[in-house]
Design a protein around this ligand. Structure first.
Ligand code: ATP
Ligand code: MN
Length: 537
């Protein structure tokens, strides 16, 4: 087999079943970009970033994500619509087919780490059909030094072959594309989809199983940053709620934008070495840090350039709403190095409430915090298609059900315990609608959301008066420095106050119906954290 690039001394792909072809080992970002350009798979935009189209899939495909069900996972994985069982024998035969697919081809190998805390480090080897998928892995995972690469040995293997499609009848998949985790063999297979998020969230899913179960570390779908006083803040939230946007704060150091662990000795560490930001409607004015990170080395996905130029038109969603960029975390100026923080002080639950019911910021009791964490609420508008006016609500446990192989109460119990031990404040932040629901109100101003978060972090909200929300029972500040008082209680922002009360009760009802399936696992304190529907509303 031919080999180029930086290969570790005792590595061989033959053990993995790949015996012929040309392997490009750990190429530099420039070399990978060059290869992608040569293959006609990419363009260079005017900021120097590489731009690709991911093709048929511009987002993850949760229905095609499987976990091999065997002795290790049978009684540990919480089997549900996100954790779909896959037969071990079928996995083995699909694995053979995939390695056969790589044989004779040119492909790209990336050796990298996950987990910035060296005590929990995971060694990954990603073998990708496309050079730009490899660039994604370079950007998103932790990068070994040249010396570390020389002696690298892998623990987990990821095979990523967008051009390989499974035969559902023979292979046991749902359709041609698939993403399958095998915890016993420590392999992730991705086929039929070139959406890079499958690589990232595959590793995340693996860690969400391993860390809580085997290492007593809480795994979280959250961003994190650290202040000058050494206080760490954590931002949980489903997709599009603001984890990446709000964690990039010029006055604080970024730890990471999406995936973190919380150790028994209260270290918050990033799983990754890069960020994966949404770029729809991105502007330099509103999100300067992310905008400036999109330079040489960054990888843009599914964006469109302005006619006759190589300038990206960030308002163009003709390929997808989910336009993205990945870049190494060093592209952000203010970062924690290494990517870890101590002393967690504040937790924010971000929700994009398109009903305009939840306050822009409120303070939660421990019981309310557990209730909202298990609920994992957000409501978004489907897209920008004409005629779509009703927000769609999502309840996703732990703000990340698609990536959590264990039962949600496992994560919730760990978080509750840690919150108590570390004595953290928990805030619920609505980054969604204000002044009415979608169609009548407007999205919360990013400037105000940032000011509210800054106020919470600086302790300003410890000095103000609160009122209790009539339905949700959460504490709403009456005033906040640098934020107009009249936006703080959502009821005051609605033209029709009765309509607000009705919508608040409607949403509370939805929360409570969703929670029914967890009620048996919840104690008195958590149950008291639920909203109280007023029957007469
Ligand atoms: P994912 O898990 O998919 O990466 P995320 O939680 O990181 O999602 P962001 O990438 O931060 O979400 O997306 C939030 C989007 O909402 C951005 O495009 C941001 O510009 C926009 N936005 C508008 N108003 C606000 C606000 N008040 N607060 C936060 N984000 C806002
Ligand atoms: Mn994000």
């Amino acid at each position: 087999m031919e080999a180029t690039g930086s290969k570790s001394v005792n590595s061989s792909l033959v053990d993995l079943g790949i015996t012929s072809g040309k392997a490009h080992w750990n190429l530099s970002p420039d070399d990978l970009a060059h290869q992608a350009l040569q293959l006609g798979q990419a363009k260079i935009t005017s900021s120097g970033a590489l731009a690709v189209d991911t093709g048929e899939f511009t987002g993850r495909s949760p229905k095609d994500k499987f976990i091999v069900k065997d002795a290790l996972t049978e009684n540990t994985v919480h089997w549900n619509t996100f954790n779909i069982p896959f037969d071990p024998a079928r996995f083995d035969s699909l694995y053979k087919k995939m390695t056969a697919y790589f044989n004779g081809k040119e492909f790209y190998v990336r050796d990298a780490y996950a987990c910035a805390d060296p005590r929990y480090r995971m060694n990954l080897r990603a073998i990708t059909e496309y050079p730009w998928s490899n660039l994604f892995a370079y950007n998103m995972f932790l990068r070994p030094t040249a010396d570390e690469l020389k002696h690298f040995s892998h623990e987990w293997v990821i095979l990523c072959a967008p051009g390989f499609r499974a035969n559902p009848e023979e292979d046991g998949t749902r359709q041609g594309n698939f993403s399958i985790l095998n915890f016993s063999r420590k392999i992730i297979l991705i086929g039929g989809s070139a959406y890079t998020g499958e690589i990232k969230k595959g590793v995340f899913t693996a860690l969400n199983f391993i860390l809580p179960l085997q290492k007593n570390v809480l795994a979280m779908h959250c961003s994190a940053n650290i202040g000058n006083a050494g206080d760490t803040a954590i931002f949980f939230g489903l997709s599009g709620t603001g984890k990446t946007t709000l964690s990039a704060d010029p006055h604080r150091k970024l730890i990471g934008d999406d995936e973190h662990g919380w150790t028994p000795d209260n270290v918050i560490f990033n799983f990754e070495g890069g960020c994966y930001a949404k770029v729809i409607d991105l502007s330099e004015e509103k999100e300067p840090d992310i905008f400036k990170a999109i330079k040489q080395g960054a990888l843009l996905e599914n964006v469109v350039c302005k006619k006759g130029t190589m300038d990206v038109d960030y308002s163009d969603f003709s390929k997808t709403e989910n336009t993205r960029v990945s870049y190494p975390i060093e592209h952000i100026r203010q970062i924690a190095q290494p990517s870890l923080g101590r002393n967690p002080r504040n937790i924010f639950f971000l929700t994009c409430d398109a009903y305009g019911v939840l306050p822009p910021i409120s303070r939660l009791t421990p019981g309310q915090a557990a209730f909202h964490f298990i609920s994992g609420y957000t409501a978004k508008v489907a897209g920008t298609e004409a005629g779509v006016t009703e927000p769609t609500m999502t309840f996703s446990t732990c703000f990340g059900a698609p990536f959590m192989p264990l039962h949600p109460t496992k994560y919730a119990e760990m978080l509750s315990r840690k919150m108590r031990e570390a004595n953290v404040n928990v805030w619920l932040v609505n980054t969604g609608w204000s002044g009415g629901p979608y169609g009548m109100g407007t999205r919360m101003s990013l400037k105000h959301t940032r000011a509210l978060i800054t106020a919470a972090l600086q302790g300003d909200l410890d000095k103000v008066e609160y009122e209790t929300h009539e339905v949700f029972g959460i504490a709403v500040p009456r005033t906040c420095p640098r934020v107009p008082t009249d936006i703080l209680h959502p009821r005051n922002t609605w033209y029709d106050r009765d309509a607000y009360d009705q919508k608040a009760n409607f949403l509370a009802g939805a929360f409570n119906r969703n929670f029914e399936r967890f009620a048996a696992h919840a104690n008195e304190e958590i149950l008291n954290g639920a909203p109280k529907v007023k029957v007469d509303a």
